[in-house]
Design a protein around this ligand. Structure first.
Ligand code: FPP
Length: 249
């Protein structure tokens, strides 16, 4: 149950939010679990539960695109137990949430290099993307084994290949060309990137795409990131003056 005050915050954000694409670095699961004397995976499970609430709030807030960072190309450096636990969580999350996401008219996409992921997870991802491909309420993109530098390197490799085979003129390669070779080719650039848990870094997330994004670094740990916290962040975003390098006249 929400109280009247928090409902007000959510309603105002609903009226005013101009953030078409919000990207979130969901940080702080480990600390959230440690604060409760629990293993890190307990925090990741709580974090996974939070995803549904935030996805479902997007249509109310006018957010058409939500991109969430679930696993980075650097996260393989974690202990084998944590990596295995996260991979199991992704498989379970997709299995359990597929129907609900589809019923809520959510279109799901994945970005990142899938080759290193296990075959079962890859097939669940493919199935979810295919099932939801005609949905229109929210575009949810989940980044798994994603790194901004890795994405640009893969794109450049593909560009070089196409130049070599004569399918692309090297002299015509420009910013739009590179954008079109990225995993995010069909997505608009993010308007707002949120990182939870008090850390103020971007950790290789959407490096190219966030050139003109606004950033919000907030102290809340991801498992505590409620719809109301989201509404407050969106309200602050709406108060910002975005000039994209130009001068307002
Ligand atoms: C960062 O917190 C979080 C991750 C590396 C994993 C993100 C995964 C989830 C939120 C759950 C699963 C998501 C989906 C879509 C199923 P951390 O472990 O670095 O926290 P810490 O900085 O407190 O240690």
């Amino acid at each position: 149950m929400q109280n009247a005050d928090t409902d007000d915050v959510a309603d105002q954000a609903c009226e005013v939010s101009g953030a078409n694409h919000v990207a979130i670095i969901m940080d702080g699961n480990g600390r959230w679990a440690t604060q409760r004397g629990k293993p890190r995976l307990f925090g990741h499970r709580a974090g996974a539960k939070r995803v549904r609430e935030i996805v479902e709030s997007c249509p109310d807030f006018g957010v058409k695109y939500l991109t969430i960072f679930a696993f980075s190309t650097e996260n393989w450096k974690r202990t084998q137990a944590e990596v295995a636990g996260l991979m199991m969580l992704f498989r379970r999350y997709i299995t359990r949430e597929t129907q609900a996401l589809h019923e809520k008219n959510v279109r799901v996409r994945f970005i990142g290099d899938r080759v290193k992921l296990d075959k079962k997870l890859q097939s669940l991802m493919d199935h979810l993307e295919d099932l939801t491909k005609d949905n229109t309420a929210v575009n949810l993109t989940i980044a798994i084994n994603y790194g901004g530098r890795d994405e640009v390197a893969r794109a450049i490799r593909d560009i070089a290949r196409d130049v070599k085979t004569g399918n692309l003129d090297a002299e015509k390669v420009n910013e739009e060309t590179l954008s079109s070779y990225l995993d995010t080719t069909v997505l608009p650039d993010p308007d707002l990137v949120i990182r939870t848990s008090g850390e103020a870094r971007i950790s290789n997330f959407l490096l190219w795409q966030s050139a003109y994004a606004e950033y919000e670094f907030i102290d809340t740990l991801w498992p505590d990131f409620t719809r109301d916290v989201f509404a407050e962040v969106l309200q602050r975003f709406d108060g910002r003056d975005r000039r994209f390098g130009a001068v307002k006249t």
